[in-house]
Design a protein around this ligand. Structure first.
Ligand code: FMN
Length: 418
């Protein structure tokens, strides 16, 4: 089997095979054999057993069916949709219905919901349950995007304890009707002076959530600085009987191992680290199986995967133009660290058809190997800390004012974020 075939072909049953089948030039021991093994039992989410305790983080605009397929082909784990707005879903908005669609072979259909209004969130969970559209539901309390937090949503929401509790109550009650595990994903809090993760974790536990994910940043940090893994450890210790998943700044399988060792989490959640690197899930699977083999794709292999991603996006959107527009944002991630000239990069970042993409990819240097560290490390959103955009007076009290209550009732509109 050629290396590119092993990178691009379905291996959903076991990524260890992917790694084992890859030729030595495509995988290398990561660190001479030490610290390469993740020792964790399968992740139990209610009645679901996730053999490899690894989760693809929900990412708006990224973790659609096409990208999830690419990732799933490399390794086991739980692969979550982009967030979908509860109200838009209940209204069966076309885009929302596409967001929650799954491939037939996605054995666990996982959906992330966003919402600020308890009844609407409950109605969205009910719809997913009654219509058998999901096997796992996650609620988004981590989004720092101003458009979302300005309405009291995402990572701003747990600050309002009663509202948070109402949403959890409503969602867990509906999910229980179908025996569907419900999890939450959150940040540490709004700012360092307004932390919410311990309270929110305890409330979620009271209502029987199946797991809690913590991204170790506050809203105000956005994606800047370092994720605080000590906070993840603190949550792990505060909720001894609920699975806790750690999220933030895992760029390699070795980072995942380190997070498990440092925090004691039950699983790891990977966001930006797999942008342009779906094979990271193969590395994680290998680490779970005690193997130190890691994917080190050549430039030609990266080009093939990029092309396949574009093809899958055409299937997903049912529209070549939209798919090719979407693939453009992935160019910098896939080719990070590889010797690809500025002109070629620019041309790929404005590509309009699959045929043009094929022609551009034929210009890649066929002899270029894996560039090493330059292809690794941080990628995707970063930026600087900012004052969070919040409703007026939001941080004054943990109770909802009448004005906030009215705003929440009217707030839910179509947003996408992260
Ligand atoms: C482009 C982008 C979109 C995101 N969209 C969502 C989302 O829809 N729901 C969510 O809970 N988090 C979202 N996030 C946050 C990620 O799930 C994750 O928590 C964050 O990126 C930190 O993990 P990482 O360091 O592994 O990237 C998004 C992040 C990015 C970069």
């Amino acid at each position: 089997m050629t290396v590119s075939a092993s990178l691009a072909s379905p291996q959903n049953d076991a990524a260890a095979h992917t790694c084992a089948q890859a030729t030595p030039s495509s995988t290398v021991p990561a660190d001479g054999g030490s610290a390469t093994r993740l020792e964790l039992p399968p992740l139990q989410l209610g009645n679901l057993t996730i053999d490899t305790p690894v989760v693809l983080a929900p990412m708006a605009g990224i973790t659609n069916k096409a990208f999830r397929r690419l990732c799933r082909e490399y390794g086991g784990g739980l692969y979550v949709t982009e967030m979908v707005t509860s109200r838009a879903l209940v209204e069966r908005n076309e885009k929302s219905m596409r967001i929650i669609s799954h491939d037939e072979d996605e054995s666990v259909r996982s959906v992330q919901l966003y919402g600020v209004e308890p009844k609407t969130v409950g109605a969205a969970v009910r719809m997913l349950v009654e219509e058998d559209r999901a096997d796992h539901i996650d609620l988004n309390f981590g989004c720092p995007v101003p458009k979302v937090t300005r309405k009291g949503g995402g990572s701003a929401l747990p600050w309002k304890t009663e509202l948070f509790e109402s949403i959890i109550r409503s969602a867990t009650r509906e999910a229980a009707q179908g025996n569907i595990p419900l999890t939450i994903k959150m940040r540490k809090g709004v700012t360092d002076d307004h932390l919410t993760f311990l309270d929110a974790g305890r409330i979620a536990r009271e209502y029987g959530v199946a797991a809690v994910t913590l991204h170790g940043r506050t809203t105000g940090q956005f994606y800047s600085g370092q994720a605080d893994w000590a906070a993840i450890k603190e949550l792990r210790e505060a909720l001894p009987d609920v699975p806790v998943l750690g999220n933030g700044d895992i760029w390699t399988a070795e980072d995942a191992i380190r997070m498990v060792r440092e925090t004691g989490v039950d699983g790891v959640v990977i966001g930006r680290g797999c942008q342009g690197r779906p094979w990271l899930f193969g590395d994680l699977q290998a680490a779970f199986e005690g193997s130190d083999q890691r994917f080190t794709p050549t430039l030609a292999e990266v080009g093939e995967t990029f092309y396949r991603h574009a093809e899958l996006l055409i299937d997903y959107f049912g529209n070549e133009e939209q798919a090719l527009r979407d693939i453009r944002k992935h160019v910098a991630w896939y080719f990070k660290g590889y010797a690809v000239g500025g002109e070629l990069r620019a041309a790929m970042a404005t590509v309009g058809t699959l045929e043009q993409l094929r022609a551009l990819l034929s210009e890649l240097n066929p002899d270029a190997g894996y560039p090493g560290a330059d292809a690794e490390g941080p990628r995707g959103r970063a930026g600087t800390p900012k004052r969070p955009a919040l409703p007026d007076g939001w941080l004054d009290s943990r109770d909802l004012s009448e004005a906030h209550r009215a705003m929440i009732a009217a707030a839910e509109s179509d947003v996408s974020g992260g």
